[in-house]
Design a protein around this ligand. Structure first.
Ligand code: NAP
Length: 464
């Protein structure tokens, strides 16, 4: 007879795939369960941990990045093992994990961008905002991208916080960015940028904007940038106006937008034009390169969920611009061998318990958390409660599970297996060496760190 999983005689063996905030909060919620004896192995595709905190959060938001201190403390826990530079679906497969772990949690986030589904989206000069974000943050997958910043104007489609980050980085004074951990290649490109105008397109009205108050306020703090809003866009329809009484965030947004609309800085070097009720219907080009964005003016109509949606009015306009950033949301992508819901771009689940592709059965001992569980919404901290919810189910399920074979339960056996598949896997100590290197480079320049942006260079530094 086997001992019960999670006891000192048979410690639970848990794998988490994806070392972003959702993965770390899952590890935290598990390690806090004092009644359980367990070990957690945290796998990550890149050598560097922290997911979007390192590669998504804007470099001028260092206070948000400070959350990594909490994750670093978790890495110190001897029950947690880090396996960086290990690609799920390539270096290790689901069936491999089944041989070594009792429970497997997917926290891989959303690695692609949503499409608008309009003609011209793939012309040269039209980019997913997510790739620009990866580029300025030194994500190895995006570091070699080229954005032609010699253009006078860029259009950002969508008005969520990612769109605001993109607009702000495009318009910010490079000397300010130079004090951050922005990737060196991005800083150099932004220093020679000729961009004078960024036009943001919100498909609905100011009361429905997806950005939050602090992100809107930051534009007042940018030097030499005039925020331009057509006051007519701030004449709210009766339903939007009434909705402000129960939506503090929207009410404060509208209040700030009114202040921006009333102020003009005619001599400002750069302009941020915030447009509302405008949807791109086509990206126009010449010789394969974007030249204009064709937009349709919208009005708001009730939607079946009780909100307001945008509906075209048949009034069109062309905005000249050769650089477009599509910032209409992130999208999850299927993992090899794992169920996937093509409608929601998530791993199908009930409270974090993964459902088989048929949707009728639970996959025993398989869970999900974060954006790949619920879609790309909320702030970093949202993932904490989300992780606790998934872990609650995991702990409930543990006594019922068969678990991995006894022959594979020694942590050394999985280490040997990972080494056989990926000799250059990165441990916590390897990451700490790279981290110390980056921070030391940063110290010399009065910056938080200078990021290493190529995987082979990261591995060289770790191996030294
Ligand atoms: P988001 O907040 O969901 O915003 C997406 C935007 O795209 C919305 O304005 C949406 O308009 C628009 N949109 C969607 N489909 C469109 C289409 N076909 N045509 C035109 N517009 C379209 O997504 P996000 O900006 O990618 O951010 C993801 C999450 O990360 C959010 O929860 C965000 O708050 C968070 N985040 C936070 C920070 C921060 O705290 N500083 C920074 C970055 C991201 P509708 O509203 O009309 O759908």
């Amino acid at each position: 007879m086997s001992y019960q999983l999670g006891t000192p005689d048979r410690p639970a063996r848990i794998a988490i795939i994806g070392a972003g905030p959702a993965g770390f909060y899952t590890a935290e919620a598990l390690l806090k369960r004092k009644e359980l004896t367990l070990t957690v192995d945290l796998y990550n595709r890149l050598p560097t941990p922290f997911g979007l905190v390192r590669e998504g959060v804007a470099p001028d938001h260092q206070e948000i990045k400070a959350v990594t201190r909490v994750y670093e403390r978790l890495l110190d826990d001897p029950r947690l093992h880090y396996f960086g530079n290990v690609v799920f679906g390539k270096d290790i497969m689901f069936d491999d994990l089944r041989l070594y772990y009792d429970q497997i949690v997917f926290s891989v986030g959303t690695q692609a961008d949503r499409r608008m589904g309009i003609p011209g989206e793939d012309l040269a000069g039209s980019f997913a905002a997510t790739s620009f974000v990866g580029w300025y943050n030194g994500h190895p997958d995006y570091r070699d991208m080229q954005f032609d910043l010699s253009q006078p104007a860029a259009v950002v489609v969508g008005n969520g916080n990612v769109a605001m980050d993109v607009a702000r980085i495009l318009l910010a004074d490079p000397d300010r960015l130079a004090k951050t951990d922005i990737a060196d290649h991005a800083l150099a490109a932004l220093r020679s940028s000729k961009l004078r105008e960024v036009i943001m397109l919100g498909r609905r009205g100011p009361a429905q904007a997806a950005f939050t108050n602090p992100e809107l306020k930051e534009f007042a703090e940018l030097e030499d940038v005039d925020v331009i809003i057509d006051p007519a866009d701030l004449d709210l329809d009766p339903v939007s106006a009434a909705g402000l009484s129960s939506d503090k965030m929207a009410a404060r947004n509208v209040e700030m937008l009114r202040v921006y609309a009333a102020e003009t800085l005619p001599n400002a070097a750069r302009k941020f034009v915030m447009r509302f009720l405008a949807s791109p219907v086509e990206i126009l080009g010449a010789h394969g390169q974007v030249t204009n964005v064709r937009i349709e003016r919208n009005r708001l109509v009730p939607d079946p969920t009780g909100g307001l949606r945008a509906k075209g009015t048949g009034q069109f306009e062309n905005i000249p611009a050769s650089l477009i950033f599509r910032s209409v949301g992130y999208r999850g992508i299927p993992l090899p061998g794992m169920p996937f819901d093509e409608a929601t771009y998530t791993i199908p689940n009930v409270n974090g318990r993964v459902l088989s592709n048929s949707g009728h059965e639970m996959m025993e001992g398989v869970y999900t958390v974060g954006w790949i569980k619920r879609g790309p919404s909320g702030v970093i901290g949202t993932n904490k409660a989300d992780a606790v919810a998934t872990v609650t189910g995991m702990v409930e399920d543990l006594p019922e599970l068969d678990g991995a074979p006894d022959t594979n339960r020694d942590p050394a056996s999985v280490e040997a297996f990972v080494r056989s598949r990926k000799p250059a896997y990165v441990t916590r100590d390897g990451w700490r060496k790279l981290d110390a290197y980056e921070v030391a480079q940063g110290n010399e320049q009065g910056r938080p760190r200078v990021k290493v942006t190529r995987v082979d260079e990261m591995l060289d530094i770790i191996a030294r």
